[in-house]
Each structure stands twice: as C-alpha cells, then as structure tokens.
Design a protein around this ligand. Structure first.
Ligand code: ARG
Length: 458
C-alpha cells in the first residue's frame, strides 16, 4: 500500500484550503517536464557524487518510466498539494523508500517548478518558432505568387490606395519575421537551468550546477522567484497574435460579398443552420477572438507579478495556467493563420468593381502625376484632384495597372515588391537560424537525460 508522504504531515489543514491552494489540476500540463527536471536533478546529484550509483539508477529508472507514461503520476496527484509532492510519494513506490528519501537533497519545489516551467516553455517556444517560420514562408510564397494581383488597400477601412495581394500578404510576413527574432531571444532566456537554486538563496550542499545541460540562471533568487521568462513569452506572443488578428479581420472584411477581394475555400468556412447561403469565415473569427483573449492573458500574467515582493510567492502558481493557455493559443493562432494564408483565394477584379462602384483609390497618384509630369507644386495638384474627386471638377484618374507599375517605393506593389520579398527572405533565414538554436538546446536536455538513464543500463 502506498505511503502518503505530505510535507504538511502532522499539520492540520482544512480540505477546502488544500483544494483552494493546490495546483494539481493544471500541473498535469507540465507532468513530463516535472519528471525531466527531476531526472536532471538526479543526474546533477550523481555527478556531484552526492548519490551513489545504485540509488541514482533506481531513481532514474523510476523517473524514466514516469517520463514515458506520466499517466501514473497524474493519477496519483489527487489529494496532494502539487505534482512535486505527489512525485516524491510515487517515487517511494517505484524506486523504494530509501532512494526516494534521498531525492529531495538540494532541491526545493521552487527551483523545480521554475525548471519544469522553463522546460515546458522551451519545448513550446521551439514549436511556436517553427510554426512561425512556416507561416512566414507561406506568406512569402503566396506573396510572390500574387505579387501582381491588384488588391485594394485601406486606411480607416476606407478605400485608400491600389496595391497587390502580394503586397498585402508581405506586410504580415514582415510582422511575423520581426516577431520571430524576439521569440527566439525569449526562447534563449527561457532555456536556463534553475536547479540547485534552493528555495531562494541556494543550498549548502555542494552540487555542481554545470551538470545541467542548459546555461544556469546566474542568481538563485531570480531563478526561483521570477517569471520574467514566462511574461516575456506571453507578452511577445500576445503582440504577435494581435498582428494575426488583423490579418483575420482583413480576411473577414475583404471576403464580404460586397468587396469580394478575398474568397475562402469551402473547407475553411462554415454555414448557417438557418441560412444556407452563408459562408462564415469561422477560422478567422476564432483566430481574432483567441488573439484578443491572449492579450487578456498577457494582462493577467503581468497583474499576477505586479508588485510581488522578491522570492517565490504562491501567487506565481496562479500564473501557470495562464502561461499554458497563452502558449497553446499562440501556437494554434499561428496554425490558423498559416491555413488561411495557404488557402485564401484572391479576386484581382474586385478592385475594378470597387472603382466602377465609385470608389477612388488613385487620387494621390493622380496628384503625384500632375506634379511629376506638369511640375505643378504638390499642394496645388492635390487641390485640383480634391475638387475632382469631391465632385466639382474633372480629372483623369490613372489606371490601376499604371499606378502599380509606376510605384517607386521599396516594399510597395510594383517594381519595389520583389526586392522587399528578397530582403524578408534574408531576414527569415537568420530568424530560422536562431530558432534552430532552441531545437539544439532542447535536444541537449533530452540527450543528457537519456545519457543518464543509459549509464545505468551499461
Ligand atoms: N505548486 C507550486 C507552483 O506550481 C510550487 C510549489 C511551491 N510551494 C511552496 N510552498 N513553496 O508554483
């Protein structure tokens, strides 16, 4: 029969308090990483000669079984304060009482929860980075493909200027690529080792922290009491998702039948149970809402930390589910955006329909033409065009094609678009390089764990 080891043994605690303050409900998310943190800890104790081989191997064997099948740990968690407490009890069963009782040497839940959160965060950020690279690639590929497809550009969501669909899509590619650089940086800040930091001020046990495969957090108080790594991730992902919500809003608005510049294929729309003509842009809608929720999660995460004194407080536990939700939502937002970017269709005739319906998208170019060709000072040219478009004068509006072909700006539809796409491709390749550093960091953790288990077999 299992011995229930609880830290509060002998202390009377109400069931309500136990339930209210426990994190077991959401600890399931980081079960694998909690076990991995424990394995790195055992490896560190072993390499510091603080555990004998047999004890280390008993623990690593039990932990490896839990790593492969965290269900056992998750099942055992009910009734405990948290997963770290439950793990000690499960270890008693799987590795024997003596080994399990040596495990907590030089370990605190504060350094272990930070380590597990960082491992989970690194794993997620690595996936998020790869997904963001995929999205940027898709946007750039479609941007090239649609480089010359006329497309209405808006300001204030009023018809503004002529662009191309490629031009429009590249604007989101640039946002994703810029955010990628920040995410890779956040991934590196996340990938720090907190083991051996104790509850706050470290330990008197001579653990060799270099046994951990990730670079150490340099200060033990920071390692155990700060969630900056999580806050940076949530905040930067909220900012990226906010950009994606604008892409989603464009898709919703521009696919409205009265504009029809974008069309979503059947597989990406849903219909109404009452109005069979409906083609609802549901993926874009959910993306937009989840991005809004992510902004709320960023506010929640910062609020938990705001004004918190240094060192671990149980308040920090309440940020954990926010962190999980935010990173999961961000990953899905990227997947949704990629699907939209991949599959959306563009109608290059939409802009013509808008112009025929009375929309003007070339007034600036008409005025520029007067200035460039007739040397009319720009403000005078502007006034002349203004009179025409406001109804009292007449002026020849340049054609859509002519406008596109004569645009001189880098990064605008026309001759400046392809060089801009090339520039973005270069930036993307350096962002991809930085993301692959996260893949290597994660691999170094997995290798160290497997090496530790492997040594026990030989
Ligand atoms: N369950 C906590 C968390 O997820 C870790 C436990 C720290 N508890 C403590 N009493 N120091 O953040």
């Amino acid at each position: 029969m299992r011995v229930k080891t609880v830290y509060r043994a002998g202390m009377r605690i109400s069931e309500w308090v136990q339930g209210y303050t426990s994190s077991v409900e959401h600890d399931t998310v980081i079960a694998r990483e909690v076990v991995e943190a424990a394995m790195l800890h055992v490896t560190m104790l072993r390499e510091s000669r603080l555990l004998d081989e047999e004890t280390a191997c008993r623990l690593l064997g039990a932990l490896e079984a839990l790593r492969r099948e965290p269900g056992r740990l998750i099942e055992a968690m009910r009734g405990y304060e948290d997963i770290h407490e439950a793990l000690e009890a499960v270890l008693e069963e799987l590795a024997g009482r003596e080994a399990a009782r040596s495990f907590p040497l030089a370990r605190s839940r504060n350094d272990h929860v930070a380590m597990a959160l960082r491992l989970w965060g690194l794993r997620m950020l690595e996936r998020i980075c790869r997904e963001a690279v995929g999205l940027a690639e898709t946007l750039l590929r479609r941007s090239e493909e649609l480089a010359d497809a006329p497309f209405p550009l808006h300001t204030h969501f009023q018809p503004a200027q002529v662009g191309t669909a490629g031009h429009w899509l590249a604007s989101y590619a640039e946002a994703v690529i810029d955010a990628l650089g920040v995410l890779a940086e956040v991934g590196e800040v996340t990938a720090r080792c907190t083991l051996g930091s104790g509850p706050a001020a470290g330990t008197t046990v001579p653990v060799d922290r270099s046994a951990c495969p990730l670079p150490p957090a340099a200060d033990t108080l920071y390692a155990t009491g700060s969630r900056l790594f999580a806050n940076l991730a949530i905040a930067s992902l909220a900012a990226l998702a906010t950009e994606l919500s604008r892409f989603a809003a464009d898709v919703v608005l521009l696919s409205h039948p009265s504009i029809g510049a974008v069309r979503l294929p059947d597989e990406l729309v849903s219909t109404s149970s009452a109005m069979p003509h409906k083609r609802n842009p549901v993926v874009a809608e959910v993306l937009r809402a989840r991005a809004a929720r992510l902004a709320g999660l960023a506010a929640a995460a910062l609020a938990v930390n705001h004004g918190l004194p240094s060192g671990y407080s149980l308040d920090l536990q309440e940020e954990n589910p926010v962190y999980y939700q935010a990173l999961r939502d961000a990953l899905e937002a990227l997947e949704a955006a990629r699907l939209l970017a991949e599959k959306l269709e563009v109608d290059p005739e939409a802009i013509k329909r808008m112009v025929e319906g009375g929309a003007v998208l070339t007034s600036l170019e008409a005025a520029e033409k007067l200035t460039l060709e007739k040397r009319v000072p720009f403000r005078d040219a502007y006034m002349e065009v203004a009179e025409a478009v406001r109804g009292s004068g007449s002026i020849n509006q340049p054609s859509i094609r002519e406008v596109i072909m004569s645009r001189a700006s880098l990064g605008a539809a026309g001759p400046g678009l392809r060089p801009a796409i090339r520039l973005l491709r270069e930036r993307l390749s350096s962002a991809r390089e930085r993301c692959s550093k996260l893949t290597r960091l994660l691999a170094s953790v997995e290798e160290r764990i497997e090496e530790g288990v492997g040594k026990c077999r030989s």
